[in-house]
Structure formats: structure tokens, C-alpha cells
Design a protein around this ligand. Structure first.
Ligand code: A3P
Length: 380
């Protein structure tokens, strides 16, 4: 079944005026067109230096530096992490759903009987956790014809400035959907933001929430790797302080002032969500399993969202170049997440790994108890 169109396009027919070659407007247009062509053929050195990915500080979440401060000024625009053809990881996806000019909110035949497409508030949120596999999960779910994803992280509930813009603004950030479709937005910063659970509950007390978690130590290393890469890019290749020096204090204890260390203490943050939402509304995804066998995890989410079974094991193909599962569309076209997902991790001294594992162990057990799920993350 092909994805149902969520946008209906209208053509505006305007009769062409006759060209008058002496018309000053025509001459200005010719000038601008030739200028654009020259610029295209001979780009400035700065242009050639711009990397072929989103220049937002952080491609998918918005922790701006190693202290974990958000850099909201850099949130705008696509996060650059949609699926890309597997042969060329650096090419941004050409999502036909967003590449057209959307002229309105049309009903197919205007008689009010057909379902029509409009922007709807999300009925489901992927609330985190940062570096848990949130983008992969969203893209996998988006294979389902009943799902419409918000391509960008909106950060409505964790950013006070955006929250002040109101629900209508938030709705305007959503994709077009049909009445029987589910809109899903993901912003992993929601999970660790104090105000997010209350705000989300105030919008919709029966909303469905998805939390994807993975081994806290691996998540921490992944977070560090992303921040280090971003910092190196900003500082012209200057290296960040080593992982060991960042996560441990001078006396060898775990540095809880480093925000990525705290983000992996899932039980602390989860408590707030569990106090506000009933457990049936929160679904947990195992991010480690999503890496090595995505299908069962995605199938469980389909059930949680009461979606008709649609996504199939055949939709996932392991790509040995990428080292991850990619998705197959229409039986042939294979697309993977871009290179900001699945980046190499630094080699970490096993002693440091052990220190971190024993630090997280009691929190992990609390989390297993709260959620009723034993993730069996390594302890030594
Ligand atoms: P690494 O880049 O450290 O490997 P998020 O989207 O929440 O930022 O999570 C990023 C993580 O998603 C990646 O962390 C990667 O391990 C994981 N992931 C899970 N499935 C993936 C897939 N099919 N392709 C790429 N990354 C995937």
C-alpha cells in the first residue's frame, strides 16, 4: 500500500503576459538571472567550505555545548537527519512531502464529505532520550501510511520562548495529515526538561508517549562523541578534552556536573513522567535492540499506537557499509540515516567504563523497577 497523499496541491493558472524586451522589469530579471548563473559556476571559497549537512550546532537535539546548554538560536530548520539514499550518505533526503508548495488546506472535492488534510497537534510524542535512537525510530515508524512525522524537532515544550508562542504556533509546525492519521513529533530534550510533562499533559492528557533508552554508558559516549565532533567543527579542528577527563573528576569519581552524565540517569527523569501519565500511555523502546534487530521493536510500537500491522521485516535491510539497518521503500529503494547517526565512538579505557557502569547500576535497577522492564545493561 502506498503512503496516502497528505497534501493536495492546487495549481494557480495565470495567463502569461506578453514579454516586452524593453520592459525595465524584464531587464532586471535578466540581470539577476545571469548573476545567479555566474555565482553558481564560480562559488566563493567560503561556499565550497560549507559542509554538506545542516550547520545547526547539533543535528538532532540541541544541547549546545558539553555543559548541555541549549542553543535555541540554532534549532531552526531541518535537523538534517532524515533518511538518505544508502549509496550517498551525505545527500539530504528529497522528501516529496515537503518539496512542494503547499497552497492551503484543501478538501479533494470541496463537498465536505471527503476527509481533508490539515495540520493537527501530535497524538504521539517521542520524548527521548537523546542519542537513544530517536531519529531511527521516527523514520521507521514513518513507513506506516497512517503515520505523519514532524520532520524537525520542534522543541515546543522544552523551550520557554517557543512555548509562549502558543499551541496554534505548535500546530503550524506539524505536517499535513488526514483525520485517521497519527502525527508524531520527536524532541529528545522533552525527557530531561522539568516543565515538559506538565505542559504536554495540559495539551492532551491522553497523548501517547514513546521513550527510547539504551545502555546509559553507550548513550553517554554517543553524546560525548556528538558534542566533540560539533566542537571540533566550530573550533576548526581543535580537540575537545578527552572523554575520560570529561566524565570523571580529578579524584576519579563520576562528574555529575557534566549534563550528558546526568541524562543517562533515566530513573530521575522518568519519575516525573510516571507521576503525571499512567503507565499505559508511556511505551518504552529498547534502543540497543533497535540497532541490531529493529523490526520487533517497531512492531511493538505499531501495537501501542493501535495501528494496523503494516511495517514488515522486509522493510529493514542491514547495510554493511553503514553498519546499521536501513529501510527499503517500494521493494527496492534503500535509504539510511545520514552520517551523524552511527558515528564512530572514542576508545574508552575499560576501567573508566567499569566506573561508569557501577555508578549507573543502582539508578538502572530503580528504572527497571519503575518501568517493569529489565534492560539488563552491563554492570561490570
Ligand atoms: P551513535 O551515532 O552514537 O551510533 P538519536 O537519533 O536519538 O540521536 O540517536 C542516535 C543513535 O541512533 C546512533 O548513535 C545509533 O547508534 C542509533 N541508531 C539506531 N538505529 C540506527 C540506524 N538504523 N541507523 C543509524 N543509527 C541508528
Amino acid at each position: 500500500m502506498a503512503k496516502r497523499p497528505n497534501i493536495i496541491f492546487r495549481y494557480r493558472y495565470e495567463p502569461r503576459s506578453r514579454l516586452n524586451y524593453r520592459n525595465p522589469i524584464f531587464l532586471v530579471l535578466v540581470f539577476l538571472a545571469s548573476f545567479g548563473l555566474i555565482f553558481h559556476l564560480f562559488p566563493t571559497s567560503d561556499d565550497t567550505a560549507i559542509p554538506n549537512y545542516s550547520d545547526s550546532d547539533d543535528e538532532d537535539d540541541n544541547i549546545g555545548d558539553e555543559e548541555g546548554q541549549t542553543s535555541h538560536g540554532e534549532m531552526a530548520g531541518s535537523d538534517g537527519n532524515e533518511l538518505v539514499p544508502s549509496g550517498d550518505m551525505m545527500v539530504r533526503s528529497e522528501d516529496s512531502k515537503i518539496s512542494y508548495d503547499i497552497l492551503g488546506d484543501p478538501s479533494p472535492n470541496g463537498n465536505g464529505q471527503e476527509p481533508y488534510s490539515s495540520r493537527r497537534l501530535p497524538q504521539c510524542l517521542i520524548i527521548g532520550v537523546r542519542k537513544g535512537g530517536t531519529r531511527a525510530l521516527l523514520e521507521f515508524l514513518n513507513l506506516h501510511p497512517t503515520v505523519q512525522k514532524a520532520s524537525d524537532e520542534v522543541h515546543f515544550f522544552d523551550d520557554d520562548e517557543k512555548y509562549r508562542l502558543g499551541l496554534e504556533w505548535y500546530r503550524s509546525q506539524m505536517p499535513f495529515s488526514l483525520p485517521d492519521q497519527i502525527t508524531i513529533e520527536k524532541s529528545p530534550a522533552y525527557f530531561v526538561t522539568d516543565s515538559a510533562p506538565h505542559r504536554i499533559h495540559a495539551m492532551n492528557s491522553s497523548i501517547k508517549l514513546i521513550l527510547i533508552v539504551r545502555d546509559p554508558v553507550t548513550r553517554l559516549i554517543s553524546d560525548y562523541a556528538q558534542l566533540a565532533e560539533n566542537k571540533a567543527r566550530r573550533n576548526d579542528g581543535q580537540k575537545m578534552v578527552s572523554f575520560e577527563q570529561t566524565v570523571l573528576t580529578a579524584d576519579g569519581s563520576v562528574n555529575i556536573y557534566y549534563k550528558p552524565v546526568r541524562t543517562s540517569i533515566y530513573s530521575i527523569y522518568f519519575t516525573r513522567w510516571a507521576q503525571i501519565f499512567p503507565s499505559q500511555q508511556i511505551h518504552l523502546v529498547d534502543g540497543d535492540r533497535l540497532v541490531y534487530d529493529p523490526f520487533p521493536e517497531v512492531q511493538r510500537v505499531e501495537k501501542f499506537l493501535n495501528l494496523a500491522p503494516y511495517i514488515d521485516r522486509d522493510n529493514f535491510v542491514y547495510n554493511s557499509t553503514k553498519g546499521f539497518y536501513c529501510v527499503k521503500f517500494n521493494g527496492t529503494l534503500e535509504k539510511c540515516l545520514n552520517e551523524s547517526k552511527g558515528r564512530p565512538h572514542p576508545d574508552v579505557d575499560i576501567k573508566v567504563i567499569r566506573t561508569l557502569r557501577s555508578f549507573y547500576s543502582p539508578y538502572n535497577h530503580r528504572f527497571y523497577k519503575m518501568t517493569g522492564t529489565d534492560f539488563a545493561w552491563p554492570e561490570i
